[in-house]
Write a protein that binds this ligand. Structure first.
Ligand SMILES: Nc1ncnc2c1ncn2[C@@H]1O[C@H](COP(=O)(O)OP(=O)(O)OP(=O)(O)O)[C@@H](O)[C@H]1O
Ligand SMILES: [Mg+2]
Length: 228
């Protein structure tokens, strides 16, 4: 049997609110192998971010299973799920999500500290090397508010890659950036993905970006429509 890096099996998600049950995702299945690049496109509200959050173990499905490196993360308690996430998955958001009161360097050191692997001085070295890789060696001690949007997203990329994840999940990583800055960030993502042999799952509204991925998935109203 082929062991997939990521396997999504019959995921559905619905929520209950005052007006009754709302179905967000409906019976979605697909797999991602090591090193693959997969785009997810679909209209606003179709369920892309919800799907990505469930795949990363940030949210739980109503039914179905998600296997990350062969482990069913839906069966795990929050802490164990967080550990699988920290080990396997780097995540980049549209709005960067850096921690305001930490410097660029401290933001990038954080996942290493959470994993409890290297000691503080080694974490510092690895984080500053990764910030160098994204072109920010002159910004180590800057707080996020003193960084441009593109620079903040570079810090977020360094934070995602510093643990050498097997898979990078990116939810519209260029959605808050101007076109030229967004293009630089995407080039960096594809470059680093290759360099660190990371698989990529990219949610985007940009058809040209989706076309740069080796496979493409389309979601329509919570259902997987096309696969290429
Ligand atoms: N916790 C929740 N409670 C109620 N409704 C929710 C919840 N989370 C998501 N939804 C709804 O589920 C649908 C899918 O949301 P989601 O954020 O996944 O869409 P999306 O495809 O990422 O959209 P966009 O392209 O605008 O980012 C939306 O209609 C949203 O309002
Ligand atoms: Mg979204």
């Amino acid at each position: 049997m082929v062991e997939y890096l990521l396997q999504v099996s019959r995921i559905s998600k619905s929520v209950h609110d005052a007006s009754g049950e709302l179905s967000i995702l409906n019976d979605i299945s697909f797999s991602v192998s090591a090193g693959e690049t997969v785009s997810i496109v679909g209209a606003s509200g179709s369920g892309k971010s919800t799907l990505l959050s469930i795949m990363a173990g940030l949210d739980v499905p109503s039914s179905g299973e998600v296997f990350v490196g062969g482990t069913n993360i839906c069966k795990l308690e929050e802490d164990a799920r967080a550990l699988v996430r920290a080990t396997y998955i780097g995540f980049v958001f549209q709005n960067f999500q850096l921690i305001d009161h930490l410097t660029a360097l401290e933001n990038v050191m954080l996942p290493l500290e959470l994993l409890g692997g290297p000691g503080a001085s080694q974490a510092r070295t690895r984080a500053s090397e990764m910030l160098g890789r994204v072109g920010l060696s002159q910004r180590l001690n800057h707080y996020p508010r003193f960084l441009s949007g593109g620079e903040q997203q570079r810090v977020a990329l360094a934070r995602a890659f510093v643990v050498r994840p097997k898979i990078l999940m990116a939810d519209e990583p260029t959605g808050s950036l101007d076109h030229a800055t967004g293009a630089l960030i995407m080039n960096l993502i594809f470059e680093m993905n290759k360099e660190f042999q990371t698989a990529l799952v990219l949610v985007t509204h940009d058809a040209a970006l989706a076309a740069r991925c080796s496979r493409g998935l389309t979601i329509e109203a919570g259902q997987l429509k096309d696969q290429r």
